[in-house]
Design a protein around this ligand. Structure first.
Ligand code: HEM
Length: 361
């Protein structure tokens, strides 16, 4: 597979991969906000800054909505995933079994913790109780992220399936799982930082605490990006030799260049905003576009590695059969109807927020 992926795939596979990637990128935006946002709030509460920090305030307010978004936006790639990699996905689910199913109660606990953290009741609670609530929320989403990574890598490790089943284990513990989950957690930080940056800009950067929040976001975004690249390299070292060689195949270079450029744009744009002590629309737009490119590039490389790790010819046949089953037009119809409903809901909320007096927000 040396042509630039996914342009060298048969039509049916390329169509499902494209739909999968487009929907996964939306999921990544929401889940990053939740993952890094809960981490930010937990750190602020632990260091005693939970109440005065404008970004922590914005995050607490929006996190329950963002979690709803992450879960809803997870359903679409989940559907395409099942068409694309039926056998490896279901096998990993079955092998992990209780560990995998535990994600549902964990997400429910996380959801309640977010609402509790946002409620008026918690404001009068002592520091250790507020810290515990925000740490529980973060832990729930970090466990969820880890579980998706664990499931993904076990699904690719076909050679391990029989032994894993025989051993009765319910956790797939490998250095590569930690490195890769760490990469997603670190990579979530710059995505959260730019979304929170847009939100803070909307409220205004006027006081000293607004400016110190801005500086914190800039620092976190840059540190998170460097951390994600470092852990990505650690992951590349931890995976077996054939996959590592594949990752450096000529097809990977355009995407690695996009990721490197996105890093550079971020450092420059956040550094500049730090210097002027303001959140600038053009800088935030540049960072948003750079991150969009980096997430797409990462998601494409991730898929190229997966297809190369599985029996590609067998997968292509399955996709061809699925495309001929007649579901595509139904999918297009419902995708259009549902997108229209989601957009109209968002417009309604936006109108409602605009007509609300500033001091009630
Ligand atoms: C806040 C909660 C969640 C977090 C933090 C989260 C995090 C993640 C992460 C880190 C990955 C990438 C795994 C990897 O490539 O190593 C991922 C993939 C994915 N997530 Fe989520 N996730 C969350 C909730 C959900 C939910 C509820 C669903 C389904 C309804 C979902 C659907 C997916 C799908 C389909 C993938 C792609 C898996 C694959 O291709 O193997 N996620 N998620």
């Amino acid at each position: 597979m040396s042509a630039v992926f996914p342009f060298d795939l048969p039509f049916a596979t390329a169509m499902y991969v494209a739909l999968y990637l487009a929907t996964l990128v939306i999921h990544v935006a929401f889940m990053s906000y939740v993952l890094a946002g809960t981490g930010y709030v937990a750190a602020m509460v632990l260091f005693g800054r939970g109440k005065g920090d404008p970004v922590a305030h914005i995050l607490r307010d929006w996190l329950p909505f963002a979690l709803g978004g992450a879960i809803t936006a997870g359903v679409a790639p989940l559907l395409f995933l099942q068409i694309l990699y039926k056998e490896s996905f279901y096998t990993a689910n079955l092998l992990l079994f209780h560990r995998w199913m535990a994600m549902i109660p964990v997400l429910m606990i996380g959801f309640y913790a977010l609402y509790l953290a946002k409620s008026k009741a918690i404001e009068g609670w002592p520091w250790h109780a507020r810290s515990a609530v925000s740490l529980v929320a973060f832990a729930c989403f970090a466990i969820t992220a880890y579980s998706w990574t664990e499931n993904h890598l076990l699904g690719l490790d076909r050679g391990e399936w029989v032994q894993f089943y025989g051993s009765g284990h319910s956790a797939y513990v490998r250095g590569s799982v930690f490195a890769r989950a760490g990469m997603w957690i670190a990579g979530a930080i710059p995505i959260m930082a730019v979304i929170a940056g847009w939100q803070l800009r909307r409220v205004g950067v006027d006081s000293d605490s607004d400016r110190s929040s801005l500086r914190r976001l800039a620092l976190l975004a840059i540190a998170g990006s460097i951390g994600a690249v470092g852990l990505g390299l650690a992951y590349a070292i931890a995976v077996e030799q054939p996959k590592r060689i594949f990752a450096l195949d000529s097809m990977a270079w355009p995407y690695l260049v996009i990721i490197a450029l996105a890093m550079a744009v971020q450092v420059v744009a956040w550094g500049w905003q730090w210097r002027i002590q303001q959140l600038d629309r053009r800088a935030l737009t540049a960072i948003s576009l750079a991150l969009l490119g980096a997430v797409f590039a990462t998601a494409i490389l991730r898929e190229a590695l997966r297809i190369a790790s599985l029996d590609a010819e067998e997968l292509f046949r399955l996709h061809q059969r699925a495309a001929g089953a007649g579901g595509v037009s139904m999918f297009a119809l419902f995708a259009t109807i549902n997108s229209a409903i989601i957009v109209s809901c968002l417009l309604m909320v936006r109108r409602g927020l605009r007509s609300k007096p500033q001091n009630q927000e």
